[in-house]
Write a protein of this length. Structure first.
Length: 269
């Protein structure tokens, strides 16, 4: 599912392969309150955020609301008309280390899951996390390279689109996901967005930095910098134009924490 992410003034942003492959901690535990249990109160300066395990620990403290994203995304898709029936086929695009997959197996063990990611390291981490017994088809590929058409009842894409440039690449990714879905199938899309009110950006940035501090993130900017290169957030109007062109209806916002937003998209016939 993703990479690291920080497109705030003075911060860097991530690369495509890394972004398509990031999820919560390995191995994580799900606390009774429904959030991912953090392995420790603080991230050690010795943690390597370029490795799947280190990335997971860091990303939980970088993204507000990240602890709830996987659970919420799966719950939303599980309630959709086409993915609700038993045995529905569901695609996880950019599965990373498996956060959405863990939730999908827990909430809907009957689903026929396909997990794709261009990173072999992240796929290996996800497979180890889920175990070979999990009913998942693993593919090292991108959505654009999938040959499946109109086969999936639903799809999940968390923190992937933000890493793709808006030069036709975002549209190609969204169009590929729409092509893979049956008419009426839904996509849960979570991404870093450009703020609707740019004048509030300084305040949002300060809030984001404060969130990191109280979350125990102690890595300096130089340690995170290799992961934070090349994010391409867009605004609401541009997102609507892209998803409409790709074959989806207008996006419905279902989650927001600072500049991180979640949307429910439905493929039109």
């Amino acid at each position: 599912m993703q990479r690291l992410l920080a497109h705030f003034p003075g911060s860097a942003s991530l690369s495509r392969d890394c972004q398509r492959a990031a999820q919560p901690a390995v191995p994580p535990s799900i606390a009774d309150n429904g959030s991912w249990a953090l392995a420790s109160a603080e991230v050690s300066p010795l943690i390597d955020p370029l490795e799947p395990e280190g990335y997971d620990l860091v990303v939980q403290r970088l993204i507000p609301g990240y602890a709830s994203l996987a659970r919420l995304a799966v719950a939303l898709l599980a309630a959709s008309p086409l993915a609700a029936p038993e045995g529905a086929e569901v695609l996880v695009a950019g599965c990373g280390t498996g956060a959405e997959l863990v939730e999908a197996v827990a909430q809907r063990p009957d689903w026929q899951l396909t997990a794709i990611d261009p990173s072999a390291a992240m796929l290996a981490a996800a497979r180890q996390r889920l175990g070979e017994a999990a009913p998942i088809r693993w593919l090292q590929t991108t959505a654009e390279a999938l040959t499946t058409e109109q086969g999936f009842a639903g799809a999940l894409s968390v923190l992937v689109l933000q890493s793709l440039p808006d030069d036709g690449t975002k549209l190609a990714f969204l169009s590929a996901l729409a092509r893979c879905l049956r008419p009426g199938g839904q996509l849960v899309l979570v991404d870093l967005m450009r703020p609707a009110l740019p004048l509030l950006q300084e305040q949002i940035t300060e809030a984001w930095l404060g969130f990191q501090r109280v979350s125990g993130l102690e890595l300096d900017a130089d340690r995170i910098a290799p992961l934070t290169q090349g994010l391409h957030p867009i605004g609401d109007a541009r997102l609507t134009a892209l998803v409409n062109a790709a074959g989806f209806g207008d996006p419905a916002r279902i989650f927001q924490a600072l500049d991180y937003e979640g949307f429910l998209l439905q493929r039109v016939a």
